[in-house]
Design a protein around this ligand. Structure first.
Ligand SMILES: [Zn+2]
Length: 475
């Protein structure tokens, strides 16, 4: 590929002119014009340095749960060299994932705005314990610019008072859902650079053996410079190599759910994420949801309306009811040409790639990695590595490009520890140790200021729909 345009500014700088999208993504500082709900008189959050007064030690989370809770100390250093924990107050909620609630906060160590995610109900049962530990380990495992990762984990209290986990990630300004439904213009350049980054992040996840299982526009965070990161790993799991092992169908928001999942297929793979990306690609082009059905059966009907009745070979793994439903209905011819009507951006190249992603049979669907080789994404790759990435850099004579534009994970994500996790208490000990070891030798440990009025609201925040996910979800 011939690279050109070094030094060219991103086309995306004006994607969010003036007021940014989505009030819930605003920080709560005076410059934002929004009322502060969290900054107390004792706030230490606005300056770039640690608070000037004597540092207050954290009490147990919530302040009242532990009754005389001891002050947790940092774990690694001799007491004389132990830095005092810096305190953190939440500002306001910015979103809800499949599990947990996310707030915008200021890191008191450097004044940087970051996102704080509370992972609640961790130790309710063994299933939730395993799920949260998996997500936590994934967030600490990820090292990729298009995948959200943990910047830090807040210091846990003593193990007896340890009920919730708080993870700090980079704060992003908006998400792709908000961009799509906004009146902001979305040019072909935008679409190409977004799709390139989605697939770049997905290739990395799949190379680590991880299925995201909830790829949707709301889980694709974006900044005003168009940098995109895949987030929310509450439903993610490691790919199951054994086809005889059953996996739950209670995954993926319905509009983005692959046909094999809709048809009750007991075992599926990374192709389900590629289907979701195909739906999002079409949504970026047409600025409306591609398959917007009221029920899973209608969802399947809308898919077959577009792709035509699938061949029998594509129904081999479907459950009896789904197969009967498709065979009972009228034979439908494919009507893929309607994809050209999504928008002016639906060129032959775009529709060609889209049709490779929206393939009914997962065995014949293009992989995330192969999709990146499609010519439609050449310009997105060029744009990304010319002015947006961290992997290439500029010198006076031009741009020095990385040797590997779409890197894979250094190693697969390991989940072997899960088999030996047999009780909630054991899980609690394991997670506690994981967090403290993760913090060792790093920056001044952070903790929440339990006296903060905002914190009291924050600690009451719950993931409103986490209870809807059954225990079967774990598979
Ligand atoms: Zn690069």
């Amino acid at each position: 590929m011939a690279f050109h345009g070094a030094g060219r500014k991103t086309v995306c700088g004006d994607l969010f002119p003036g007021s940014e999208l989505g009030h819930k993504y605003f920080c709560v500082n005076s410059s934002c014009g929004a009322p502060s709900t969290g900054l107390s008189a004792t706030s230490c959050l606005t300056g770039p340095t640690a608070p000037s007064g004597p540092p207050r030690h954290p009490t147990a989370l919530g302040g009242s749960t532990g009754g005389g809770a001891a002050v947790p100390q940092p774990y690694s250093n001799p007491a004389s060299e132990v830095p005092s924990p810096a305190e953190m107050e939440p500002d306001r909620p910015i979103g809800y994932g499949a599990f947990g609630v996310v707030w915008s906060v200021t890191d008191p160590r450097d004044g940087r705005k970051v996102a704080l995610k509370k992972m609640p109900n961790v130790f309710q049962n063994l299933v939730s314990c395993k799920r949260v530990f998996r997500e936590l380990r994934m967030l600490c495992f990820f090292k990729h610019d298009n995948v959200l990762s943990a910047l830090d984990i807040l210091q846990p209290p003593q193990i007896d008072c340890f009920e919730e986990i708080y993870v700090i990630t980079e704060l992003m300004q908006s998400d792709l859902h908000k961009v799509i439904v906004s009146p902001q213009p979305l040019t072909t350049d935008h679409i190409k650079v977004f799709l390139y980054q989605i697939l770049r992040g997905l290739k990395y996840l799949h190379s680590a053996g991880i299925l995201h299982r909830d790829i949707k526009p709301g889980n694709l965070l974006v900044n005003s410079n168009c940098l995109l990161k895949i987030c929310d790993f509450g439903l993610a799991r490691v790919e199951e190599p054994d086809p005889s092992r059953h996996m739950t169908q209670e995954v993926v928001t319905q509009y983005y759910r692959a046909p094999e999942v809709l048809m009750g297929c007991r075992h599926y793979g990374s192709a389900i994420d590629v289907w979701s990306v195909g739906c999002i690609f079409a949504e970026l082009l047409g600025r409306r949801i591609l398959f917007q059905a009221q029920s899973p059966i209608q969802q399947l009907d809308l898919i077959t309306d577009l792709l035509g009745t699938p061949p029998l070979s594509a129904l081999a793994s479907a459950c009896e009811g789904a197969r009967a439903h498709i065979l009972r209905g009228p034979h439908k011819p494919p009507s893929l040409s309607v994809l050209y009507m999504l928008s002016d951006g639906a060129t032959h190249e775009a529709v060609h790639l889209l049709c490779r992603m929206l393939v009914f049979d997962p065995a014949k669907r293009i992989s995330g990695s192969d999709a990146l080789s499609h010519p439609y994404l050449d310009e997105g790759r060029l744009r990304y590595h010319t002015c947006m990435c961290q992997c290439c850099y500029s010198v006076p004579s031009g741009r020095v490009y990385t040797r590997d534009f779409e890197p894979v994970a250094e190693r697969p994500f390991s989940h072997s520890y899960e088999n030996s996790l047999l009780s909630v208490w054991q899980g609690k000990e394991l997670i506690h140790r994981f967090i403290t070891e993760h913090q060792q030798g790093k920056r001044v440990p952070l903790c929440i200021n339990p006296q903060s009025a905002a914190f009291k609201t924050f600690i009451r925040s719950t993931a409103w729909h986490s209870s809807k996910v059954s225990r079967k979800e774990e598979r």
